[in-house]
Write a protein that binds this ligand. Structure first.
Ligand code: BGC
Length: 798
């Protein structure tokens, strides 16, 4: 038996994993399965949803079996996903629409900063407002369900193609950001969807490969093989926060989890999500992620998207019921889970905005442009069935552009500054690189999953379903020209030309701002952590001749930045994916209108190999089950790995400079209860799990002082080290608190209070299947990054 298996054996058994002789012979349990958990827990009849549940039950009594079946699968309709109306009972249908950064298939909408930029702001208020403003736009277009936000992928691998849709590679940060976003959606009465549950950490082989008939499976999708403790402490963590925050729906993911497709994994859907976390909404499939009818329904899937005709698995539920394979009560529970948020958020009221007919035209256009798409827009005869109403092509943007500018700057991270920034009295600047340019391939590519992205155009969002159509776009070049006014703005946008003829600039610029990017998109993982379009070589070439080279990256995650120590590179800003105001946001940072306060929500390594975990790739194999991604690293991803193996990062998790400096003055730890039991008193499960897990156990106060000469904000971060009694595999430290300060004037102070809950201070004990507070000394570490711990204290609870 390998060491790895010995280490994880108990955990796997607790997750119901069947460890076979074959597993053992192959080391890490290559072929394990999870236990089955049945039946699917029905919705509770008490709690905050009780009133709306009554309304759903009234609806259910009026519906025929066929009509109920119509509610649990998608249909043709005006939206990315649509639930058909039932005119007989005056039900006007439900519209589901991407994306996590704004309304996707629509006009006159705002493209907000991507999740990774919001995460990099570490600013709860801004993240809440982002949710609120996005919700206002979904609502004003008449959309019922937003397919947002994302906490899976979490960012197990720096190469993950969709990491940028989420908030960063830490479950606590992602959980807080999800909670704030969902609170924003709930405040505006728009249903939210947390996705993708769970273990959705790579794009490569996320779906099975099929033969020429498109049906016969040649190879099953990759299986994310995750042990029970890692599942709880890492991947489930932010989903638990989302469920607790009242998320309406959960989208199950494409890939397999421990050998079983995510949307038919009864352990994860019935057991973990509906059982342990007490989730009260619907489990919705990702688009075409359903692979069965009866098995999926039994396993806990409630809504099949996009539904018939291409994904007809739920179409025969009437037959399943007649044959006794599914109970009508299970179907009713599916309907309740889908429809309760609709009533709870008052979307049945006439006060809810009508659907913009433009959505339907957009859909029709998409169907023409991409003929393989199986769904259709609403036909002229059926328009009345839906909740359409004037005006068409509504402008729902309000003044959200201003907010985008603000959050875009807040999500920029200053990585290096040798006094070059902020610019002042600049008369002659050079703007270099294709990432400074305006968009060159249109504001929205209908089917824009492309592994490379356009050559020319600032990289303001990623690719795939997680984006939308720009109504306008402020490029870095445009914003810098505006800022420079009568000054000289020289520019070369073609990276090749920049490398060849940087010397052609005259007079020599006082500063050369190089804009570089790396595009990341759904459906593809990154093949390299280098910059696109020869960006790294261009940076080095510019730096050879320009001794004040400022580099700005626009990227969905890590770029290795091998040239970072070049003496002529005087500043580096990781601008992330800031949305439509990309130019103004970066100008605000470069010229110091905004003092940078963003922090890295992931680690930038010196070398690719430092990251350890890679995208699983079994290309070239033929075995139907060959694609196995064993999460053998357990919790050691991102900074947890760098800490555990003592690897020095280039820029660590939580790092980010400012134009001023800060001090942390004192740490004060206050125990809130005298007696702490090691496990939570048992309470009925409420959304998020046992409510007692969220009881506060300690307060930690610190005082921050602006010790520099200009105003600015920062982010004190609290990292907790569990006592030695915690089992092997426990990270050296985990983020358990952060707070963005207000903008502090020089010498101004602010006291920050962190609250740590029972769950924050526990580990998941696999054998007992519960969270346990370990005995011994906790070390509470507070600083300005995961490696810049300024003050620490300790506390013993048990
Ligand atoms: C994506 C989801 C998205 C859905 C609908 C899928 O390909 O994985 O995130 O919500 O499409 O567009």
């Amino acid at each position: 038996m390998s060491n790895v298996l010995r280490l994880h054996g108990a955990m796997l058994l607790a997750l119901g994993v069947v460890v076979t002789a074959q597993n053992v012979s192959q080391g890490w349990p290559y072929m394990f399965e999870t236990e089955e958990v049945f039946p699917s827990p029905p919705m509770r009849t008490t709690g905050v949803l009780a009133e709306s549940l009554t309304l759903v039950n009234q609806l259910i009594t009026q519906l025929t079996l066929e009509e109920k079946v119509g509610l649990v699968e998608g249909s043709d309709g005006p939206c990315g996903g649509s639930i058909a109306p039932i005119p007989r009972v005056n039900f006007k249908g439900i519209c589901l629409q991407d994306s996590p950064l704004g309304v996707r298939e629509a006009d006159f909408v705002t493209m907000f900063p991507a999740g990774i930029a919001a995460g990099a702001s570490w600013d709860r208020n801004l993240i809440y407002q982002r949710g609120l403003f996005m919700a206002e736009e979904f609502r004003a277009k008449g959309i019922n369900i937003a397919l947002s936000p994302v906490v899976g992928p979490l960012g197990r691998s720096a190469f993950g193609g969709r990491n940028w849709e989420g908030f960063g590679a830490d479950p606590y940060l992602a959980g807080v950001a999800a909670k704030e976003t969902i609170a924003g959606f709930n405040a505006r009465g728009v249903q939210s969807t947390i996705k993708h549950w769970i273990g959705n950490e790579q794009e490569t082989m996320r779906n099975p490969s099929t033969g020429p008939d498109s049906v016969t499976v040649l190879q099953e999708s990759v299986s994310s093989n995750i042990d029970d403790r890692t599942m709880h402490e890492l991947y489930m963590w932010p989903f638990a926060d989302a469920v607790r925050a009242g998320v309406s729906h959960v989208m199950c993911s494409y890939q397999r989890l421990n050998q079983t497709y995510s949307c038919q994994n009864s352990k994860s859907l019935n057991g973990l999500l509906k059982g342990e976390l007490g989730f009260q909404g619907a489990v919705m499939s990702d688009w075409f992620a359903t692979h069965s009818g009866i098995s999926s329904i039994e396993a806990g899937l409630d809504l099949n998207m996009p539904g018939s005709p291409t994904s007809p698995y739920f179409h025969n539920i009437t037959q399943f019921i007649r044959d006794g394979n599914i109970t009508e009560e299970r179907l009713d529970d599916m309907v309740r889970r889908i429809m309760t948020p609709y009533f709870h958020l008052n979307q049945h009221n006439s006060s809810y905005p009508t659907l913009d007919l433009g959505l339907n035209e957009f859909k029709a256009q998409e169907v023409v442009a991409v003929p393989i798409l199986p769904w259709k827009a609403v036909s002229a005869q059926n328009i009345e069935d839906w909740n359409f109403g004037p005006p068409k092509n509504r402008d729902v943007r309000d003044n959200h552009g201003e907010f985008v500018r603000e959050l875009g700057a807040a999500g920029a991270v200053l990585l290096k500054n040798e006094g070059a920034l902020p610019f002042s009295k600049l008369r002659n600047v050079a703007v270099i690189g294709n990432d400074a340019a305006d968009l060159s391939q249109g504001q929205f590519a209908l089917n824009n999953t492309n592994p490379v992205g356009p050559e020319f155009g600032a990289n303001a969002v990623g690719g795939g379903s997680g984006v939308g159509r720009f109504s306008y776009f402020v490029s870095p070049l445009e914003a810098i020209k505006m800022k420079m006014g009568a000054g000289l703005t020289q520019y070369i946008l073609d990276n090749k030309i920049a490398v060849e003829s940087i010397g052609s600039l005259y007079p020599p610029p006082e500063a050369c701002v190089v804009f570089v990017k790396s595009f990341t998109s759904e459906a593809y993982d990154r093949s390299t952590l280098a910059l696109d379009w020869n960006g790294d070589a261009m940076v080095e070439e510019v730096a050879r001749s320009c001794n004040n080279t400022v580099v700005v990256t626009h990227s969905g995650g890590t770029d290795l930045l091998g040239w970072a120590d070049h003496p002529n590179i005087t500043a580096i800003v990781a601008g992330h994916l800031p949305g439509q105001e990309i130019g103004n946001s970066i100008v605000d940072i470069l010229w110091g209108n905004v003092n940078p306060s963003g922090k890295l929500p992931y680690t930038i390594a010196m070398e690719v190999s430092d990251y350890g975990t890679q995208i699983a790739n079994f290309s070239g194999t033929t075995d139907i089950n060959a694609w196995q991604s064993d999460f053998v690293e357990g919790q050691y991803i991102d900074y947890r790995r760098f800490d555990a193996y003592n690897i020095t990062p280039r820029y660590e998790f939580g790092f980010g400079l400012s134009y001023t400096s800060f001090e942390l003055e004192k740490i004060d730890i206050i125990r809130l209860t005298k007696e702490v039991s090691s496990t939570a008193p048992s309470q009925p499960v409420s959304p998020g799990g046992n409510a007692a897990l969220y009881d506060p156990l300690i307060f930690v106060n610190v005082t921050v002082r602006n010790s520099g000469s200009v105003a600015g904000a920062t982010v004190p971060q609290l990292y907790l080290s569990l006592p030695n009694s915690a089992p092997a595999g426990t990270p050296l430290q985990v983020l358990r608190g952060f707070e963005k300060t207000k903008v502090l004037e020089p010498d101004e102070r602010q006291t920050i209070a962190f609250i740590l809950t029972r769950k924050d201070m526990s580990f998941w004990e696999v054998t007992a299947q519960q969270w346990r507070v370990p005995s011994g000394d906790f070390t509470v570490r507070v600083g300005f990054s995961s490696r810049d711990i300024i003050t620490r204290g300790s506390v013993t609870l048990i």
